[in-house]
Design a protein around this ligand. Structure first.
Ligand SMILES: NC(=O)c1ccc[n+]([C@@H]2O[C@H](COP(=O)([O-])OP(=O)(O)OC[C@H]3O[C@@H](n4cnc5c(N)ncnc54)[C@H](OP(=O)(O)O)[C@@H]3O)[C@@H](O)[C@H]2O)c1
Length: 323
């Protein structure tokens, strides 16, 4: 099969599309014929080993995982002998940030892992980007215990995490203020924001409104800058380490102090999460935003684009099979 392989850490050019053996499903695994996947910020971090400490998980000198790609949509092609809950031909989408392997024509995954049927109203390209950004968004949202009627400001509302966060919050009846640039104000409103702030003309940290949660989904602010925007027991939530890598530390100390606090959640994922996303996708309350797509053969270009930090939502990779 064809796969995008990187045997060393480095810039996008370390990735080469080559022929590798097709994996064989073990007892409780399914073999998925991948039709669509994404290049996202996690792939970029793993490929470049940035920040440096990711090597503790991905391999000290060289990458242990040589085929990246953590989210995918495709068709079940074969089953291990013990598989009970999927059948050959099922249209599935899933997430695996440990073994990865979705930048390839085929991957194997445990039937009990983060895998679910694709709702009939979605294409492979629409289903593939439904998990990476959204599971970071969901983990943060759930950790804040935000309720319907409360107010959240989302900075970076047009990124993969931010665009999912706006939709997930709106689906829960939360009032969302989205921060994005001029060209995406309409998009943010369509995603469910009730109010938008154009960061090219206005500094959102000077907003007069206060919020129960400020969610920095793009790592461009700090707790210090946003403190005054928060209600007395408000929460600053970030998906990023922060400008001085301070967020994990603040998340440890601030909850034990009275008043405003910082959250830097470590997301988990399982089949219950997949089914939650499946239901939202089915009902139309959540639709991943797609910026552009590339064929697998142009994955290096896709990496270069994602690393501009300017993608809108998600970058999809279409995996061709020639059949
Ligand atoms: N915790 C983790 O393990 C983990 C995993 C994945 C990602 N992350 C981090 O989470 C953050 C978001 O990831 P992502 O994949 O959602 O990012 P992304 O999709 O690459 O974000 C790009 C978006 O951010 C917006 N943006 C750029 N600069 C901005 C600014 N100054 N103010 C407001 N919006 C701005 C851009 O829109 P404009 O046109 O408005 O500029 C663009 O739409 C990143 O910092 C990433 O490193 C963390």
């Amino acid at each position: 099969m064809k796969a995008a392989v990187n045997t060393e850490y480095g810039p996008p050019e370390v990735v080469r599309v080559v022929d590798v053996p097709t994996p064989t499903p073990k007892d409780n695994e399914v073999l998925v014929k991948v039709h669509a996947t994404t290049v996202n910020r996690t792939d970029c971090g793993f490929r470049a080993a940035k920040p440096f400490f990711v090597r503790a998980f991905t391999g000290l000198a060289r990458p242990r995982v040589r085929i990246l790609g953590n989210e995918f949509a495709g068709q079940v092609e074969a089953l291990g002998p013990g598989v009970m809950s999927f059948a050959v031909g099922d249209r599935v989408f899933g997430y695996d940030d440990t073994a990865c392997g979705a930048h390839a024509q085929y991957l194997t995954i445990r039937e009990g892992a983060s895998l679910a049927q694709i709702p009939a109203n979605l294409t492979y390209a629409e289903a593939a980007p439904a998990t990476e950004g959204s599971h970071y968004a969901l983990a943060g949202i759930e950790k804040t215990k935000i309720r319907a009627g409360q107010r959240v400001l989302v900075n970076g509302a047009t990124g993969a995490i931010g665009s999912a966060a706006v939709q997930l919050l709106a689906s829960r009846g939360v009032h969302v203020t989205a921060v994005c640039d001029t060209t995406n104000l309409e998009l943010a409103l369509r995603l469910g924001a009730g109010r938008v702030i154009d960061h090219t003309v206005e500094d959102f940290t000077q907003d007069v409104q206060t919020y129960d949660v400020v969610f920095d989904a793009v790592g461009k602010s700090s707790f210090g800058q946003c403190r005054r925007l928060l209600e007395p027991r408000g929460v600053y939530l970030s998906s990023d380490l922060g400008p001085g890598a301070q967020n994990p530390f603040l998340a440890l100390v601030s909850p034990v102090l009275p008043g405003k606090s910082v959250l830097f959640p470590f997301p988990r994922h399982d089949q219950a999460m997949m089914n939650y996303f499946k239901d939202l996708l089915e009902s139309g309350l959540f639709r991943p935003v797609i910026d552009r797509s590339y064929p697998l053969g142009d994955i290096v270009e896709a990496y270069r684009y994602v690393e501009t930090g300017q993608k809108i939502g998600n970058v999809v990779i279409m995996v061709e099979h020639g059949d």
